[in-house]
Design a protein around this ligand. Structure first.
Ligand code: PLP
Length: 359
């Protein structure tokens, strides 16, 4: 069986075409069952006894995350999502409240930075919003921020950021690096970055349940009282078990194989959509991600298009409003983000439907 066939066989059949993995992937039977079984076990033996029984499964999940994020001896906490992780990190920060990030930074992240009193310096980029690796050293030297927050792959575009160059610039300047891998984890290779902290969400490319995420940090980065508070906070253990199973499935499928298939999916998507009248594909065909963004060339509202694609064609895409990346986006867009199982027929159906809706 190919990776695509395995992926499809492992989950309920899709109603229509689902090309919305950057928002929320489809869970496997095993992930759904693991979370449900944990809930059943809670009813049988009590929530706290069931949590003790689930500890080895969660430890396995944390160990897999430690390996996949490449932070040696990382302290791994389950969160309720990526924004929760950033809130924990910035709330815990005792240094100066200055940080550098990309102009395409995720809008809700900017709000969290502002809420914690951080002032923001914008990193230099090219016309695609990609970090300008030749200018980054000088930018960091002229106004050294206390930390760099780097979103390796945004929510508003498929552009893959040169995170390894960012990491080496941070090391050269002795600046701690926090990586937002909400779109990067289980999609791109994030194992070799050497970040001080890296966080992600379960429901996106890992295809775990909603409402859970993970934060991996270098030992000593988080204060003891922050860690104690996190360890005692009320959490949904069943979702953490489900996420751990999903991470295990990613490891079993082979991160290299998944990543390479997702690059292929991105290229196939952009090729299939290149000639749909009235739309412009933002990324180059070979951009190494499975996220494709489309802009209307005749002023159609992508929100309306997304709604009609679901209602009239059973095709699920994402609407990208300017609030996703308020410092960079000037036009709303439509995002297409298939997982490894997408077929040529799915992409052809999407191209046809998009043309029909546009006409
Ligand atoms: C989805 C997303 C987030 C927020 O993740 P939540 O789990 O919803 O908190 C943060 N950053 C990026 C780049 C995202 O795509």
């Amino acid at each position: 069986m190919t990776l695509a066939e395995q992926w499809r066989a492992a989950r309920p059949p899709v109603a229509g075409v689902h090309v919305d993995s950057a928002a929320c992937s489809r869970q496997s039977f095993a992930v759904i069952e693991a979370a449900a079984q944990h809930a059943r076990h809670e009813a049988e033996v009590g929530g706290y006894v069931a949590a003790e029984a689930a500890a080895p499964a969660l430890d396995a999940g944390r160990a897999a995350v430690r390996a996949l994020t490449g932070i040696p001896d990382a302290v791994v906490h389950f969160t309720t999502g990526s924004n929760h992780a950033l809130d924990i990190l910035l709330g815990d920060w005792t240094g100066a409240r200055t940080l550098a990030c990309l102009p395409g930074e995720f809008g809700p992240n900017l709000a969290i930075m502002a809420r914690h009193g951080f002032s923001i310096k914008v990193l230099p980029v090219d016309e695609f919003g990609r970090l300008d690796v030749n200018a980054v050293g000088a930018a960091l030297s002229s106004h050294q921020p206390a930390l760099v927050h780097f979103t390796v792959l945004g929510s508003h575009s498929g552009i893959v950021q040169p995170v390894h160059d960012m990491a080496s610039a941070c090391r050269g300047h002795g600046i701690p690096l926090i990586v937002d891998a909400a779109q990067g984890f289980a999609h791109l290779d994030v194992a070799g970055i050497g970040a001080d902290a890296l966080y992600s969400s379960s429901r996106k490319w890992t295809a775990g349940p909603r409402g859970v995420g993970v934060l991996a940090s270098r030992p000593g980065l988080l204060a003891d009282d922050t860690r104690i508070r996190l360890n005692h906070a009320e959490t949904n253990v069943g979702l953490q078990v489900g996420f751990s199973v999903a991470v295990g499935e990613y490891v079993a499928a082979g991160p290299d194989a998944v990543q390479s298939r997702l690059r292929e999916v991105g290229a196939a998507t952009r090729t299939a959509l290149a000639d749909v009248p009235g739309w412009r594909v933002v990324e180059h065909v070979t951009e190494p991600s499975a996220i494709t963004t489309l802009q209307s060339t005749d002023g159609l509202d992508p929100l309306d298009v997304r709604t009609r694609l679901i209602a009239e064609h059973q095709i699920v895409t994402t609407y990208l409003g300017l609030e996703r990346a308020p410092r960079e986006m000037s036009h709303p867009a439509l995002r297409v983000s298939p997982h490894v199982d997408v077929t040529d027929a799915d992409l052809a159906a999407l191209a046809d439907a998009l043309a029909t809706v546009t006409r």
